[in-house]
Ligand binder design. Structure first.
Ligand code: GLN
Ligand code: ZN
Length: 630
């Protein structure tokens, strides 16, 4: 089954694939067992279950099922299972049950809302005697959905995210069912700052007047899965920043009139000055297209990779020892240079057209830049689950961002000096740095993003000056940050695209700007991607080529280069030349040959050399094969 991001977070879930004949049964008694375990320890807990309507709406049709089949038709099959679970929880002594129904915050069609009403009406008798909370999160609940939600049968409490949703409060104020509980999510479940106590207090006081003191519950805005656990083990974190984590910037401000605020450097002023301008490149992309291609002397269907090469145990050891000052800077630089040389030689042997240095000096594509920018701090233990046993450790953006000195120029120009072929400079874009960090909450996110954009712009220009003619600015997480509600899309996309453009609007026509995105769903943002105005975009494309590519073809003449991944790097499987050639042919059926690039669908960092070498060899063969046939 596919693994996909949970709403607009970096947490992943496995998407159930259902068909009309699926048979459900009550398999795992985890919820009941854990309730009992806590109870045995003397702790009364609220068991939390995925709401039954959200469960179906987040599932997808199994392969081969007629697209017209509505998954909500499966409600009569899931209801009896939910009833069994509820009965068992009741039997174990539970007095509260929580159903997470985050789908309530999406733009849902009427029949989906009706499914909620029908499902809960069906559960009503089973739920009687219990307090039942339906929890929503990550955005406002739209007015129609709010009506449906607050009239659900059998439900005694409603939960709202009052951090990410700022409008729901008006709906609550205009009507809230009498005698029901309100779970007010005023504590941010997705950031690390200690809670601001002043503003939520005002909110809570006004809500108290509506629902009554005994029915108002102070709550987190969502589950705490998305934030770090605690500060106790952060021995290296700056004491002042740590204090904001304990009491929060706002609280600090209210209690300390001398609150210094994050450093107020020129970057804040510069970012503020950006708003009026469009930051366009001097020439249109279709006109621009030839200049670098000629200068770089590239064949049609040029081959390249996305940036990273395998990160070996040895490489990790070198970085770790350098960080711990166990090896000298000289030894470190020597080791990294050797690694780059190895990667360059491999690519030349394979006859790849546009080379990369392989990112051996980077532990993580965001952390690497954060460590060199001002305004960032790092935790030792602030891990957040991403999927399964995999966790990420997002940097903290606490102050104004600026770039004290070049970050990648040394490595990129060293790599370029090893080859006559073009070497791609490799940067992480501002939106991705923002979306994969814990961000200060005392100014709008877009202002922070503009500051990062200005820092990356300096880097782009220094790379260009340093003789790097192809620069890739990864925006892996641009799609992930798309707001859940359509009404908010255009605002986000405007500043996100603008931030990207700021980074490279100053380069010459002959400098080729690439971007890369790990995402296979561009339907709703294709116009913004075109607006990014990159010369080449490489994208993940392992799942649904035709659908994805038709997006690029439809209605828009995409003039710039596009490299839809020709094989899936998330698997150790080595694709054959024929298979890749077949893929390229399918792409050529949709896209013009002069804009198509040939590349894997993401960085190779998690793979082994024994997989990467043969896979890239087959990829280059496939490209040559097709070139010879055109
Ligand atoms: N340049 C990065 C790499 O190759 C891109 C990673 C990503 O898209 N997640 O590792
Ligand atoms: Zn990627």
């Amino acid at each position: 089954m596919e693994m996909t991001k949970w709403f607009d977070t970096n947490y992943h879930y496995i998407v159930p694939e259902l068909d009309p004949d699926v048979k459900f049964s009550y398999a795992s008694h985890k919820a009941v067992n854990e309730y009992k375990e806590a109870k045995a320890l003397g702790v009364e807990t609220v068991p939390v279950l995925v709401g039954l309507v959200s469960y179906l709406l987040l599932s997808k049709l199994a392969k081969g099922v007629d697209k017209s089949f509505d998954l909500l038709f499966l409600l009569p099959k899931t209801l009896p299972i939910y009833k069994e679970v509820i009965e068992e929880l009741k039997g174990a002594g539970a007095t509260w049950i929580q159903f997470d129904e985050p789908l309530f915050v999406m733009d849902l069609e009427g029949h989906k809302l009706q499914a909620f009403s029908a499902a809960y009406a069906e559960l009503e008798s089973t739920l009687s005697g219990l307090n039942v909370l339906v929890e929503t999160y990550f955005a406002d609940v739209p007015a129609e959905a709010y009506k449906t939600l607050t009239s659900l049968k059998g439900v005694t409490a409603f939960g709202f995210d009052l951090i990410r949703g700022t409008k729901t409060i008006d709906l609550i104020k205009s009507s809230f069912p009498q005698g029901k509980y309100l779970f007010a999510g005023v504590v941010d479940g997705r950031n690390i700052w200690a809670n601001d106590v002043a503003a939520p207090l005002i909110t809570l006081q006004s809500l108290e007047g509506i629902v009554g003191k005994d029915k108002l519950v102070v709550s987190t805005s969502c589950s705490l899965l998305h934030t770090a656990v605690d500060l106790v083990n952060e021995t290296k974190l700056d004491a002042e920043i740590k204090s904001w984590g304990l009491v929060g910037p706002y609280y600090y401000f209210f209690n300390n009139p001398v609150y210094p605020g994050p450093r107020r450097g020129g970057s804040r002023l510069a970012a503020a000055a950006l708003k009026g301008s469009d930051h366009l490149r001097a020439t249109e992309v279709s006109t621009r297209l030839d200049a670098p291609q000629k200068k770089l002397n590239l064949p049609i269907l040029p081959t390249t990779t996305i940036g990273s090469f395998p990160q070996t145990v040895e490489l990790r050891r070198v970085r770790r020892e350098y960080k711990a000052t166990k090896i000298s800077e000289e030894d470190y630089v020597k080791a990294i240079k050797e690694e780059i040389k190895k990667v360059v030689d491999i690519q030349e042997d394979l006859d790849i057209d546009v080379l990369v240095h392989g990112e051996p000096e980077r532990n993580d594509m965001v952390e690497y830049f954060g460590e060199q920018l001002s305004g960032f701090a790092f935790t030792a233990n602030g891990w957040v689950q991403s999927y399964g046993s995999r966790c990420v450790k997002p940097p903290i953006i606490y102050g104004d961002v600026s770039r004290p000195k070049p970050m990648t120029v040394f490595w990129s120009s060293t790599a370029q000096s090893m080859t006559k072929r073009p070497m791609k400079g490799m940067l992480t874009g501002p939106v991705t740095i923002l979306n994969w960090s814990f961000v200060r909450n005392d100014q709008p996110r877009h202002e922070t993003c503009y500051q990062i954009a200005l820092a990356i712009k300096d880097e782009v220009e220094d790379l260009e000056k340093g003789g790097i003619g192809v620069i890739q600015i990864d925006e892996a997480a641009l799609r992930e940050g798309l707001p859940l509600r359509k009404a908010e899309h255009s605002f986000y996309l405007d500043w996100a695209v603008h931030s990207f453009k700021i980074t490279n609007c100053g380069v010459q026509d002959s400098t080729q700007i690439h971007t890369h995105m790990c995402c296979s769903n561009f339907n709703d943002i294709i116009h913004s991607i075109i607006d990014m105005d990159a010369d080449v975009i490489t994208i993940e494309n392992s799942r649904s080529d035709e659908k994805l590519l038709s997006v690029f073809r439809e209605g828009v003449k995409y003039g710039a280069g596009i490299g839809p991944g020709v094989y899936d790097i998330h698997s150790p499987r080595i694709p054959s030349t024929d298979e890749i050639a077949d893929r390229i042919n399918k792409m050529l059926a949709v896209l013009e040959q002069n804009i198509l690039w040939v590349n894997p669908d993401c960085g190779l960092k998690t793979r082994k050399y024994t997989e990467v070498k043969p896979a890239l060899k087959n990829m280059v063969h496939a490209a040559k094969l097709i070139r010879s046939q055109l």
